[in-house]
Design a protein around this ligand. Structure first.
Ligand SMILES: Nc1nc2c(ncn2[C@@H]2O[C@H](COP(=O)(O)OP(=O)(O)OP(=O)(O)O)[C@@H](O)[C@H]2O)c(=O)[nH]1
Length: 473
């Protein structure tokens, strides 16, 4: 026996890993029990007192303790109490051995956490059978516990949100990632209804799928992955990929896996936004403007409200570039765009760079008089920026020529190839008016009042200004 009282002996079955601590104040009992345990192939440790048993148990952490009750000093009950109150030893199964076999003692033994109680005198075959059974049960429950702990660790640390939902839509469980994604504390989501998190239409669709599966579990199939907008506890919507898989665990349940795609969404949105913005001036680009104009046109057809378009072109801009360089020209365009943007104040106003040094501004629900005033304000705004244009024959500063046209869109004006009507007519009219402004000496506003026949209207404007219909003098 080594100083710890251990005897490691081989066994016919080759089972060497289970270690038994035998605690008894009677040396004969100790010897007999040890002999039996060794014969079974167990490693044994022996202690003659409760105190010694505690020391050994903490040091060697045996797989099972055979514990005598009546001992001088610390008795078996007291020893067991200490074992169960210490984290290192509390899970070691304890079997009491005692000549006291009255119910009171047996019950007290189990109440202290013992797994078995053997009466003395000991029948060794019975002791061996009980030890074997307890070791087996302990090994099984230790394995189960280990597996449960491993699963729990995975669920607690996985990046995806996990939720278990009952067929009726009640949330049964959520993991920390799910709570985090949605802004809830631990256990706050359990018991709530999935409908609290999803838009009513989406929730309804999921509930219908749950009901179908609950009615016929054998036909269940995964609902796949789909993008959903979930309500964060703070109220804001968050974008998630939700994968739902059915499973049957005493009742139909659904495992939901949530994957946060807010970041992808943000970059997707940023890309979409970028596709609508002019990279130099950061105001709307031509594509955005054309779509916007089309929509506002349709809206104006329904409302009968007038729609005004401003077309603006920087005067002698080639000369500006040639004099001050292309980089200075870029900065100048940015400043003009900024000035223009400052006049698009309503949700239905849009300022855009239409190409090169040409800009446009749409004013919905704005009649010709108001549009002319706005156009003049823009012209004056650019002039007062006093951006030096040293070689301009028009002014020492950057100036702009503006054409403005107003129409009350009508249904019959709309059609494919809308040269004779529709947004194109408005565009042609405003553009022509802008050329009229150029020809009229630049740094000025010219207005057209086109009906459906924009060309006729422009002709009328041009005639009045003493210029040809193509805008040339
Ligand atoms: N710096 C800069 N110049 C540009 C840009 N886009 C177009 N331009 C220049 O703008 C100038 C436009 O010149 P034109 O169309 O001849 O007209 P203009 O010189 O402005 O003369 P008017 O319109 O008749 O007053 C060209 O020289 C283009 O190279 C740009 O993004 N940056």
């Amino acid at each position: 026996m080594d100083p710890a009282g251990s005897t490691g002996v081989g066994s016919p079955t080759g089972r060497r890993d289970a270690a038994i601590l035998i605690v008894d104040d009677a040396p004969d009992n100790l010897a007999a029990l040890r002999e039996q345990m060794v014969e079974q192939g167990y490693q044994t440790y022996v202690a003659g007192t409760g105190e010694r048993a505690l020391q050994l148990a903490r040091r060697v952490h045996p797989d099972l303790i055979l514990l005598d009750i009546v001992m001088p000093g610390m008795d078996g009950f007291e020893t067991c109490r200490h074992l169960k109150s210490h984290p290192v030893t509390q899970r070691i199964p304890v079997i009491f051995m005692s000549a006291r076999t009255g119910s009171e003692d047996v019950v007290a033994g189990f109440d202290l956490g013992a797994v078995d109680y053997i009466g003395k005198p000991l029948r060794m075959a019975e002791v061996c059978a009980r030890v074997r059974t307890q070791l087996q049960m302990h090994a099984n429950s230790a394995t189960q516990q280990e597996q449960a702990e491993r699963l729990r660790t995975i669920v607690d640390h996985m990046a995806e949100g996990l939720l278990i939902i009952e067929a009726g839509g009640r949330i049964q469980f959520t993991n920390p990632a799910c709570d985090n994604y949605l802004g809830y504390g631990p256990d706050e989501l359990a018991g709530r209804h999935i409908g609290d998190l999803l838009a009513p239409v989406v929730a309804q669709e999921y509930l219908a799928y749950f009901a179908r599966y609950a009615a016929q579990p054998d036909t269940a199939h995964s609902h796949g992955t789909r993008e959903v907008t979930i309500r964060h506890k703070a109220g804001k919507p968050v974008c998630m990929d939700l994968t739902l898989t059915p499973m049957f665990l005493r009742q139909p349940l659904f495992i939901g896996l949530l994957h946060d795609i807010t970041h992808h969404k943000l970059s997707e949105d940023a890309l979409q936004r970028a596709a609508l913005v002019d990279s130099l001036t950061q105001i709307a680009n031509r594509r955005h403007f054309d779509n916007f104009l089309e929509k506002e046109w349709q809206r104006a057809v329904r409302s009968g409200a007038p729609l005004s378009l401003v077309v603006l072109d920087v005067d002698h801009f080639k000369l500006y570039n040639d004099t001050l360089g292309h980089a200075a020209g870029d900065v100048c365009l940015q400043q003009v765009a900024q000035a223009l943007g400052a006049h698009a104040l309503r949700m239905t106003d849009l300022a855009a760079r239409y190409g090169g040094e040409e800009f446009v501004l749409l004013f919905a629900e704005t009649d010709a008089d108001a549009a002319a005033l706005l156009a003049e304000a823009i012209r004056a705004h650019v002039e007062t920026l006093q951006l030096p244009h040293p070689k301009s024959p028009t002014s020492p500063w950057i100036t702009v020529s503006i054409g403005v046209a107003t129409m009350v869109p009508r249904q019959q004006c709309i059609g494919p190839g809308t040269g004779q009507g529709g947004p194109d007519a408005l565009f042609v009219a405003a553009d022509r008016a802008m050329y009229a402004a150029k020809d009229g000496g630049r740094n000025q506003v010219r207005a057209a009042q086109p009906g459906c026949d924009a060309m006729a209207a422009v002709r009328a404007v041009a005639h009045g200004a003493g210029i040809a219909a193509d805008g040339r003098a």
